[in-house]
Design a protein around this ligand. Structure first.
Ligand code: NOJ
Length: 733
C-alpha cells in the first residue's frame, strides 16, 4: 500500500508538474461559483490524482507523537480522505499541510471518523436518543459532537445510522432509531441538522453520512453481515424514507452497506446507489463504501476478484473506497481497458470535491488548536448529556408507585455489575469517550442520596458466567435495606457491529440473582442497561418497577440518580417493541394485518409482546381529551387539523410525547395496522392543559408507495389514532 502511494505520487510529480504552472487561479478563487471551481480543478487533474481522491486510508490509532511522525511520512499528500483515529488537531493540521503544500494541486484531505453518539462527551446510544422523542435535544447533542470532533481534526462523521431495525438479535439496533420508519426519518433530519449546522462552511460543523444504504438491518436471523432479502415494496415503504429525508435535509454523504440486497449487494447496487440516490433524489455528494465492502463483493460471490469488485462497486455508484485500496490498485487499468469510462471517474471526483468545497476546506484547511479543557466535556455539554439521558429512560413498570424513591426508603441495596461500571455504560461506538470521564451510577447515587439514604452496595454477580459467590453479600445487603435497586444488563460489545445474539434474554446468572433477591421480599427496582430490547418474560414478574436506561454515556450517574430520586420525571417511550421471548421476533407495531387476526399466534406465549412500541410511563398522570378533528371529510388538497388536549392530573411536572398514528383500513396495496405520522413532546406542569396538534396533509400523511417508489393517494376511510383512541374521517375526491 505504502509503496503504491509513493509510486503514484512520484508519477504524478514527474508527469504533471509542467502542466499546471500559472493555471490554478480559478479553483482557488473562493469567490468563484463552486461548480466552476470544480470543473477547473478537474481539468487540471491527472487520472492518478483523480483516483487518489477516491481513496480513503486509515490513520493509525496511536496518538503517540513519536509514532505519528513516522505515520505521517506514509501518508501521500495526494490522498483523498483519512479515517482519522487520533484526537490531536495539530497532527491533522500537519498532515493537511502536507496535502496543501506538497500535493501538486493543493487539494485538502477530508478527515472522517465514527463519532456516533458523541466524540468525547458521550451521549446515550441512538436507540436511547429515539426513546426521548426529543428531536431538538438530538440535534443539539449532534452539534456538540460536531464541535468536539471539529476541534479534534475532523470534517466528517459516519453518522447517523438510519437503518429501520426490527430484529433485536441484530446488535446494530443500538446504533439506529428503532423499528419505525417515520421516527428514523425525523431523527435522521435532526442529526444531519445538528452535525452540519445551517452552513457546512462554518467552523464547528462536520459532514454527516447516512448509513448503511440500504436494507442492512434485514440481515438474516439478525446475524450481522448476512444476506438480506428485501422486497421492493419493503425497500420503498420501510427503508428508503429515512434516507430520503436525510438527503433532503442536506446530508453530504452516504455509506453503502455490507449486506447483499436480494442478490445484488448494497455495495454493487446500481439501482439504489445511482438510479435512486443520484438520479431520482438528486443527491450531489458522494457515497463511501463500508470498511472492506468492495473486497467483500468477492466473498459475496458477485465478483471473481478484487479487480472485478472494483469495477462493480465503482460503476454502481460508490465514489470513495474505504480502506480496501482497491480503487488505487485497479481503476487505472480498468480505465485503460475501457471498462470504466473517464466521464464516470470525473463525475465521482466532482462529487468528492463538491463536499470538500462546501466544507470550505480549500480556503480553511486547518482546524483551530485549543486545549483539551476548552474542547471537551464543557459544563453545558454535560448538562445536555444528562438531560438527553434522562429523557431517554423508559419507565416500563411501576407497581404501587414504587418509584420515585423520594424519602420513602432510608436504606437502599444497590446491587449489580452495572453499578460501578464506566465502560459498558457508554455503549458501542464510544468515540473517544474515556471511562475516567464517566460519572458512574454509584457516584451519582452517592451524591443524590447524601444525607437522605444509606447505600448498601454489593456486586451480586458478573455480567455472565456461573459464579454465584457474590449472591450471599447481595442478599445480606438486601436484608439490611428497605428496597433493592438492581442494575443489570449487557456489556457494550454485546450489541453494536458484529454484536448479534441468539437470545435477547440476559444471561442466566443475572436472572438467577433476581430470583435469589426476590426471596427477601423487599421491593425490587430493576434498572436495565442494554443496547437492544430484552426478553423480560421471567424478570418482569419478579420486579416491582422496571426502567430501561439503555447505555446512557458520560452522564449515566447523575441521570440515573435523578430518575430514582424524582428529580427527573421519566418521559421516554419505546422506539422498539420488547417481545415476550426471542422466538416472537419479528414483532413490531406496524405489521400488516394477518388473514385471521385472532389466530396463528404462538401457543406458548401471550399474543402481544411484553411492551409495545410507544410504551413508557411517567411519575405523573396525563389525561387525554377526545381527539377533535376540524372536519370529518376532506379532499386531497385540504388539510385536516387533529387536536388533543392533555392535562397533567398528577403531582409532578412532566413531559409527554404524543404519538399520532394513521390507519388506512383498505387500499390497493395492503397497509400496516397503523403507521406513525407525527410526534411532539411538550412540558406540562401540574394541573396544566396543553393542546397537541397534527396537521394532516393528505399527500404526505395518507399516501403510500408501491414497489417502484411511486406514490398513491386513494380516497376512502381513514383513522387517526392516539393511544386507545381511534377517530374516523374520510378522504373524498
Ligand atoms: C464498519 C461499520 O459498518 C461502519 O458503520 C463504520 O462507519 C465503518 N466500519 C468505519 O469505522
Amino acid at each position: 500500500m505504502k509503496k503504491i502511494i509513493f509510486a503514484l505520487s512520484a508519477i504524478i510529480m514527474i508527469t504533471c508538474a509542467e502542466n499546471t504552472k500559472n493555471n490554478t487561479s480559478d479553483y482557488k478563487d473562493k469567490n468563484a461559483p463552486i461548480e466552476d471551481r470544480i470543473e477547473h480543478l478537474i481539468s487540471l487533474m491527472t487520472l492518478d490524482e483523480k483516483i487518489m481522491q477516491m481513496n480513503q486510508w486509515t490513520y493509525g490509532k496511536n496518538a503517540n507523537p513519536n509514532n505519528i511522525g513516522e505515520k505521517m511520512r506514509e501518508v501521500s499528500p495526494e490522498i483523498g480522505s483519512l479515517l482519522y483515529r487520533s484526537t490531536n488537531p495539530e497532527y491533522r493540521n500537519q498532515i493537511q499541510k502536507k496535502a496543501m503544500t506538497e500535493s501538486r494541486l493543493g487539494i485538502p484531505i477530508i478527515f472522517g471518523f465514527d463519532a456516533i453518539h458523541g466524540y468525547r462527551t458521550i451521549f446515550p446510544i441512538p436507540l436511547a436518543q429515539a426513546s426521548s422523542w426529543n428531536t431538538e435535544l438530538v440535534k443539539e447533542s449532534s452539534a456538540i459532537t460536531a464541535k468536539e470532533s471539529w476541534l479534534s481534526g475532523l470534517d466528517w462523521t459516519f453518522s447517523p445510522m438510519v437503518d429501520v431495525a426490527r430484529d433485536a438479535r441484530w446488535g446494530r439496533v443500538s446504533e439506529g432509531y428503532g423499528e419505525d420508519t417515520y421516527a428514523n426519518s425525523a431523527f435522521a433530519v435532526a442529526a444531519v441538522q445538528g452535525y452540519q449546522g445551517s452552513n457546512l462552511n462554518e467552523k464547528y460543523t462536520i459532514a454527516a453520512c447516512l448509513k448503511h444504504f440500504i436494507g442492512y438491518s434485514l440481515s438474516e436471523g439478525g446475524r450481522d453481515y448476512h444476506y438480506s432479502d428485501v422486497s421492493n415494496q419493503t425497500l420503498w415503504e420501510t427503508f428508503m424514507p429515512p434516507f430520503e429525508a436525510g438527503v433532503n435535509a442536506g446530508a453530504a454523504t452516504l455509506m453503502s452497506g455490507f449486506n447483499d440486497i436480494s442478490g445484488i449487494p448494497a455495495s454493487a447496487n446500481h439501482y439504489t446507489l445511482t438510479e435512486v440516490l443520484k438520479e431520482k433524489w438528486k443527491h450531489d455528494g458522494f457515497v463511501v463504501s463500508d470498511w472492506g465492502s468492495v473486497r467483500n463483493l468477492v466473498e459475496q460471490s458477485v465478483a471473481k476478484d478484487l479487480k472485478e469488485a472494483t469495477q462493480k462497486a465503482f460503476m454502481a455508484g460508490i465514489e470513495m473506497d474505504m480502506v480496501d485500496n482497491a480503487y488505487v490498485d485497479y481503476l487505472p487499468e480498468l480505465v485503460a481497458e475501457g471498462k470504466v469510462p473517464m466521464e464516470s471517474i470525473d463525475e465521482a471526483v466532482r462529487r468528492i470535491l463538491r463536499v470538500k468545497m462546501k466544507l470550505g476546506l480549500f480556503e480553511n484547511p486547518y482546524v483551530d488548536v485549543v486545549s483539551e479543557k476548552e474542547r471537551y466535556l464543557l459544563p453545558e455539554y454535560l448538562e445536555l448529556a444528562e438531560q438527553l439521558s434522562s429523557e431517554s429512560f423508559v419507565l416500563l413498570k411501576n407497581e404501587n408507585e414504587t418509584l420515585p424513591m423520594t424519602s420513602k426508603y432510608k436504606n437502599l441495596a444497590i446491587i449489580g455489575p452495572m453499578v460501578k461500571d464506566s465502560v459498558h455504560i457508554m455503549g458501542f461506538w464510544e468515540g473517544m469517550g474515556r471511562p475516567e470521564d464517566v460519572k458512574t451510577i454509584y457516584e451519582g447515587l452517592e451524591k443524590e442520596f447524601k444525607n437522605k439514604a444509606t447505600l448498601n452496595y454489593a456486586l451480586g454477580c458478573d455480567y455472565d458466567g456461573d459464579d454465584e459467590s457474590g449472591f450471599e453479600a447481595a442478599i445480606k445487603a438486601a436484608n439490611n435495606s428497605d428496597a433493592i435497586v438492581l442494575f443489570l444488563g449487557e456489556k457494550r460489545h454485546w450489541s453494536g457491529e458484529n454484536g448479534s445474539r441468539s437470545t435477547i434474554a440476559l444471561p442466566k446468572i443475572q436472572e438467577d440473582l433476581v430470583a435469589a433477591l426476590r426471596k427477601t421480599n423487599k421491593p425490587i427496582i430493576l434498572m436495565l442497561s442494554s443496547g437492544r430490547p430484552l426478553e423480560l418474560i421471567r424478570l418482569e414478574k419478579m420486579a416491582d418497577a422496571i426502567v430501561e436506561i439503555w447505555q446512557p454515556g458520560t452522564m449515566a450517574g447523575p441521570a440515573v440518580a435523578g430518575l430514582l430520586s424524582g428529580r427527573h420525571n421519566p418521559s421516554g417511550k419505546l422506539p422498539m417493541t420488547f417481545p415476550q421471548t426471542t422466538g416472537q421476533i419479528p414483532i413490531y407495531y406496524n405489521m400488516r394485518q394477518a388473514a385471521r387476526p385472532t389466530l396463528g399466534h404462538y401457543q406458548d406465549i401471550p399474543r402481544d409482546p411484553l411492551y409495545w412500541f410507544g410504551h413508557g410511563l411517567s411519575y405523573t398522570t396525563f389525561d387525554y381529551s377526545p381527539i377533535k378533528l376540524s372536519s370529518k371529510k376532506i379532499t386531497k388538497d385540504q388539510t385536516l387539523i387533529a387536536e388533543v388536549e392533555v392535562t397533567n392530573s398528577g403531582n409532578l411536572d412532566g413531559k409527554e410525547s404524543v404519538l399520532w398514528f394513521i390507519k388506512d383500513p383498505f387500499a390497493s396495496i395492503s397497509r400496516p395496522i397503523k403507521e406513525l405520522k407525527h410526534f411532539d413532546k411538550k412540558t406540562i406542569k401540574v394541573g396544566e392543559k396543553v393542546v397537541y396538534r397534527f396537521e394532516i396533509n393528505p399527500e404526505r400523511d395518507l399516501s403510500f408507495v408501491d414497489s417502484k417508489g411511486n406514490r398513491h393517494l386513494e380516497s376512502g376511510d381513514f383513522y387517526v389514532i392516539i393511544n386507545d383512541q381511534k377517530v374516523h374521517f374520510e378522504l373524498v375526491e
